[in-house]
Design a protein around this ligand. Sequence first.
Ligand SMILES: [Zn+2]
Ligand SMILES: [Zn+2]
Ligand SMILES: [Zn+2]
Length: 262
Amino acid sequence: MEVLFMGTGASTGVPMIGCDCSVCQSSDPKNERTRSSIMVRVDGKNILVDTSPDLRIQSLKNHIKRIDAVIFTHPHADHILGIDELRTFNFWQKEEIPVFADPETLGTVMKMFPYAFSEENRGGLTRPRLAPREIVGAMKINEIQVTPFPVKHGPVYNHALRLDDLVYLTDCNEVSDEGMEVMKGVDTLIIGAVLYEPHASHFGIWQALDLIERVQPRQAFLTHLSHRIDYNELTSRLPSGVQAAFDGLTVSLPRRKIPVAS
Ligand SMILES: [Zn+2]
Ligand SMILES: [Zn+2]
Ligand SMILES: [Zn+2]
């Protein structure tokens, strides 16, 4: 399995419109963050987690030519507003793209973008052609074992995902005991944090590091970072095994261990 960080920024992106801070003005490309999303690749299949408003530019930069499935974590604007860009993939692939999410998220997305799910709502537009697929528990998506787990995200819930031995946990400020159970034995943990200190609906960096310490993955990456975080400064403050993610970073995971039949 390979994971490509399509975007690693908080909801405003970095630089943020109108901001003169040192991170927004930085010339270091690692301080340039589009909205958060990852591409998971297994056996030549591309599975996109969330369609950030920057999906078009992310796809061009990373030479993405195909998307086999999309999984949505929650219906916040920074995670779904790039949905219309999927129509270009429909154009090349000449088939519908399945989009997976928990029933509530899927319902909200379908209400926001009715034309993407039905010819009747098209209204003359060239539309994304998407096939809705509810996730109601652990399931396989393109040979990947996917286990969603709800996590607290301020006043709402986000669906973190275990994808084989990878956990993608952004937009969260509290994980339940059940969620901790799902993360057990994970190889790679990707965790979102917007500031160093806690935020009303996101972990702070120090809280994220505490959680990483409890989960004990082989490697961990911090993402969904705001303009308050300078890449080099953050990197210098991280323990070994934990890295600040940046747009375009690719990470490899070992193949899932297949249990030997006895
Ligand atoms: Zn977000
Ligand atoms: Zn700034
Ligand atoms: Zn969110």
